[in-house]
Design a protein. Structure first.
Length: 254
């Protein structure tokens, strides 16, 4: 109950609402952290507690979305197993590192990377729900999964969008399939990161559990919307999220 005394009932209620909206947005486009992290930091808790609590609720949200996509038949876990394992290992490394180093330099580069992702998805041709034939060498894809895992452990804001872009541009996935597989990769990133933060003792449990409920509800709704509408809904949301997040981060940094 200490968290209620420290940040107040209003902030707890606001953060639960943000987790619900973030669950919808994250399941549709991979950007739930854009909603929840700024509010967690504004609430007055420490940055490391904000990261840890955000990872707890994001883990539940990503798993909920991943499970819905698996049940819908959009995911072949055999294809994603190696990507998940690589992301899992490097996310653990990133989560350990963030507790001892400042990720400020990485956050300066993030908005420019998001702009690049948005421009690619906006202007690339023949990007729909159908898989396309252009694929990079598997080793290159593994390297980018490792980088995504490392970044997911360090900061994690927008990680789902990055993974979607990697799967589309390098793996030849269509939008719906990329989104579905990205949820499993992001879940593996969030899971190990959550475990490291739990062991380190940084998670605010009461607030985290309340936000998990919001994430579960939002992610379930978002997955149903994505399965029903496919690339017609997913593509503009992902592109829009990239540019909104870029503007938000540029304003914060500069």
């Amino acid at each position: 109950m200490e968290i209620l005394e420290n940040i107040g009932f209003f902030w707890c209620l606001l953060l639960v609402g943000a987790s619900f909206v973030g669950g919808i947005l994250g399941t549709l486009s991979g950007g739930s952290g854009m909603i929840t992290m700024p509010l967690l930091l504004l609430s007055g808790i420490s940055p490391i507690q904000a990261l840890a609590t955000n990872k707890l609720q994001a883990c539940f949200g990503s798993f909920t979305g991943a499970l819905h996509y698996y049940k819908s038949g959009l995911v072949d876990l055999g294809q994603s197993r190696s990507y998940m394992l690589i992301a899992f290992v490097f996310s653990g490394i990133g989560t350990l590192a963030v507790q001892y180093i400042s990720p400020d330099r990485l956050s300066v580069l993030l908005p420019f990377a998001m702009i690049g992702v948005g421009l690619y998805l906006l202007f690339a041709k023949n990007l729909g729900d159908d898989n396309h034939t252009r694929q990079t060498h598997p080793v290159v894809l593994y390297v980018f999964c490792a980088l995504a895992g490392l970044y997911g452990g360090l900061l994690g804001v927008g990680i789902g969008t990055f993974v979607i872009a990697i799967l589309i541009s390098m793996g030849g996935y269509g939008f719906s399939k990329a989104l579905a597989h990205s949820r499993w990769i992001v879940f593996s990133i969030n899971f190990i990161s959550m475990l490291v933060f739990i062991i380190s003792g940084h998670v605010l449990w009461l607030l985290g559990v309340m936000m998990c409920i919001g994430q579960l509800l939002g992610s379930s709704l978002g997955a149903k919307m994505a399965i029903k509408h496919g690339a017609k809904l997913i593509r503009p949301l992902v592109i829009g999220l990239c540019f909104v997040m870029s503007i938000q981060l540029l304003i914060k940094q500069f």
